[in-house]
Ligand binder design. Structure first.
Ligand SMILES: NC(=O)c1ccc[n+]([C@@H]2O[C@H](COP(=O)([O-])OP(=O)(O)OC[C@H]3O[C@@H](n4cnc5c(N)ncnc54)[C@H](O)[C@@H]3O)[C@@H](O)[C@H]2O)c1
Length: 340
């Protein structure tokens, strides 16, 4: 495909996509659709060769446009993606794919039926440290994957349309699904609405996978420190990915508790292993650039992107189960991936 590309939305996140589109799509980036006059004018000043419009129909009706990147608020993802796919365009849509599993399944099915690329912006699956973690988790030295926990905390970007888990939790769910390599079975969540009476600003979520692997996720936009950390505990090694650590984003700990013998009272005796820590060398690449190139390549060649529509469904299904659990006072809720 050498077709033109459109960007939809130029708010907080859109400018990052615009910068990467300019680098990786060059003059294929032809349109920016933005409803806000002020944001549209800002983009027009920065990118004079790109046509800025408030009218999506210009993109839908232009046969030269083969693909679109959607960076608008979450509630608009499903309707915009549906219109773009129906017009025959490949779509990269920001997370979450949709606000319901029913919508997400419909979009993934529509893309498949029409032979179009649908990719979800689960950026962390394109982060070198996360990809290295996956290689380590799948390798022999790590042992069995036991559990994960993550913290995605900061003060701010307080939203009112979706809660903190729908806003920043999709990253942690996509990382956990990717590392475990399975679809979760259930989710349980506690949360609180300290700032806004309508949406949770803090959530503590546990997700259960087949075989007993647990992933615990703490998200908040009411926390003193910006924290982006994922810890993965295996039977032989442990990994810590700390995105705020400028020195070493990923550390591998040769730590564990090895079973020695069962004593006379039936209690297991353990030998604690406190071995070396090392920080693997990681490729230096901006994840958003890697993600965008992956999308353009998938659209051009017809290959399935790693974070396709069905990957998006698996994340939305967890978000929906988390909502149900929040309403049910923290009860475990089944993750329903639409019968997949
Ligand atoms: N991958 C990441 O790490 C990451 C980080 C931040 C945000 N995001 C995602 O990016 C998306 C946008 O978030 P944001 O923080 O930039 O939101 P935002 O509200 O700051 O910006 C959204 C922009 O879209 C425009 N818009 C709304 N409806 C539109 C429509 N129908 N057509 C054209 N323009 C429209 C608005 O005018 C606004 O300028 C969200 O889905 C969010 O989850 C992803």
């Amino acid at each position: 495909m050498s077709d033109a590309v459109a960007l939809i939305g130029f708010g907080y996140w859109g400018p990052n996509l615009a910068r990467n589109l300019q680098s990786h799509a060059g003059d294929r980036w032809r349109y920016l659709v933005e409803l806000s006059e002020e944001r549209g004018a800002k983009a027009a000043g920065l990118y004079p060769d790109v046509r800025v419009t408030a009218d999506l129909a210009e993109v839908l009706d232009d046969p030269a446009v083969g693909a679109a990147v959607v960076a608008t608020p979450a509630a608009t993802h499903a309707p915009l993606t549906r219109r773009l796919l129906a017009a025959g365009k490949h779509v990269l849509v920001e997370k979450p794919l949709a606000l319901s599993t029913v919508d997400a399944v419909e979009l993934a099915t529509l893309a498949d039926d029409r032979g179009l690329t649908l990719m979800v912006g689960h950026t962390f699956e394109y982060v070198p440290a996360v990809r290295r973690m996956k290689e380590l988790v799948d390798g022999d030295a790590f042992g069995d994957l036991l559990y994960l926990h993550s913290q995605r905390l900061n003060l701010g970007r307080i939203q009112s349309d979706i809660n903190a888990f729908w806003s920043i939790g999709p990253h942690d769910v996509s990382i956990a699904n990717y590392l475990v390599g399975q679809r979760p079975e259930w989710a349980a969540a506690e949360g609180a609405r300290y700032l806004n009476a309508r949406v949770e600003d803090v959530a503590f979520v546990t997700v259960g996978y087949p075989g007993g692997v647990l992933a615990h996720m703490h998200v908040s936009w009411l926390d003193p420190s910006k924290t982006r950390r994922t810890t993965v505990v295996g039977s032989k090694q442990m990994l810590v990915y700390d995105d705020m650590d400028a020195e070493a984003k990923l550390r591998v700990y040769d730590k564990g508790a090895d079973k020695l013998y069962e004593d006379a009272y039936g209690a297991w005796q353990y030998k604690l292993r406190d071995g070396v820590v090392h920080a693997p060398t990681l490729e230096v690449a901006e994840p958003l650039g890697v993600e965008l190139r992956h999308f353009l390549d998938a659209a051009d060649t017809g290959t399935r992107p790693r974070t396709d529509g069905w990957n998006g469904v698996d994340v939305v299904a967890v978000l929906e189960a988390v909502d149900a659990s929040l309403r049910a006072g923290g009860a475990q809720m089944k993750v329903d991936n639409g019968g997949r």
